[in-house]
Ligand binder design. Structure first.
Ligand SMILES: [Zn+2]
Length: 355
């Protein structure tokens, strides 16, 4: 067994010419979540993962080996999430929308819950808003921030919006502090075809609300140090690809939709969160390898990548990325940063759309 965050190295075969670019400090660097088909280094040691063979995608047996290596829960979904939804039942419509089929002995081991404002009705004239957390189960403040939003701020918006919150889309990953689901699939790359259980259940639940056009969707995430030490190496190993080291940004940023980036909307979120925690600086004009389009903002083609941000047709879409590993930021502040982002998003939409 290995420690989750232990640096993992393996000696690779002699490198071929790499298809990577060099930063100004001479360090090999590629886009954070990207990989290459050839070893992207000019040394003889590359961060690697202890499952699989460099350059060869995982077999089914290796996927099962991975699952066995992470199977033991490290925290309780029932205690940390479901118990916090109980008191919300007196204020909101809390409902179950499925259960993840990852425990053969107990099909109700991972029930999925969402929370609606009372009287949620697309025909009542109020625009509809979606907030999602825990699409990546290990990103704690996405889950706890969504719950805190419900506890503290959501009711401030009930006169203006129908609000739907799915606070923990990936409870199996939450309990194991894992990015992938039990099948070694990234839920946040699985919304184009809804091929993961998490994207299938969430997508069906969102569709069932019968909303014509959603006004806003805020998807709450984190970027953590384990992205670099664990999850990027795991992804490269799973896919038979290679990575070069990258820089985890120290601070908050958002990801907009490159098809419709809404810079004023993103700015209002960044400005609000900057009062709670620090904003990520760019490195050579980039954050996780993507060009920074404005302070603390990068854009992805969210629909093409199958991100959760594409689960609705919302006019205003953002993905928050809190950095929880900074010595300058407590867990509590991370949760507050998520709440501040949602509040700023709804405040901006309310003002700009004259709601
Ligand atoms: Zn994430």
């Amino acid at each position: 067994m290995r420690a989750l965050a232990a640096p993992l190295t393996r000696v690779l075969a002699p490198p071929t010419r790499a298809s990577y670019s060099r930063g100004t400090r001479g360090r090999a660097r590629i886009a954070a979540m990207n990989t290459t088909k050839t070893p992207p280094h000019d040394g003889d040691v590359e961060p690697w993962y202890p499952i699989g063979t460099p350059g060869k995608p995982w077999t089914e047996a290796q996927r099962e080996e991975w699952r066995a290596s992470v199977e033991a829960p490290r925290r309780s979904y029932a205690d940390e999430v479901l118990a916090k939804l109980e008191p919300l039942k007196s204020r909101y419509d809390v409902f179950k929308y499925g259960a993840l089929p990852y425990d053969a002995n107990d099909p109700e081991r991972y029930p999925l819950f969402a929370v609606r404002t009372r009287g949620f009705d697309p025909s009542n004239g109020k625009p509809c808003v979606l907030v999602t957390g825990g699409v990546h189960g290990y990103e704690t403040s996405g889950v706890q921030g969504a719950i805190r939003f419900l506890e503290t701020k959501c009711e401030d918006f009930v006169d203006d919006f129908n609000v739907l919150v799915a606070p923990c889309v990936s409870p199996w990953g939450y309990e194991r502090v894992q990015r992938w689901n039990a099948r070694a699939v990234d839920p946040n790359r699985s919304f184009a075809d809804r091929s993961a259980d998490e994207s299938k259940f969430l997508g069906a639940m969102v569709d069932a609300q019968n909303v014509g056009t959603w006004m806003c969707h805020v998807d709450l995430h984190e970027t953590t140090d384990t992205d670099e030490t664990e999850f990027r190496p795991a992804k490269a190993a799973r896919d038979g690809e290679y990575i070069a080291p990258d820089v985890i940004p120290d601070g908050f940023y958002t990801v907009g939709d490159s098809e419709d980036p809404k810079p004023d909307f993103q700015k209002e979120i960044i400005d609000a969160v900057s009062l709670v925690t620090h904003i990520a600086p760019d490195v050579d004009g980039k954050i996780i390898g993507e060009p920074v389009t404005q302070r603390g903002v990068i854009n992805y083609p969210v629909r093409a990548l199958g991100l959760c941000a594409s689960v609705t047709n919302a006019r205003y879409v953002t993905t928050t990325e809190v950095y929880p590993d900074s010595p300058k930021c407590t867990d509590d502040e991370c949760n507050d940063a998520q709440v501040a982002a949602v509040v700023a998003a709804l405040t901006h939409v309310k003002r700009v759309e004259n709601i």
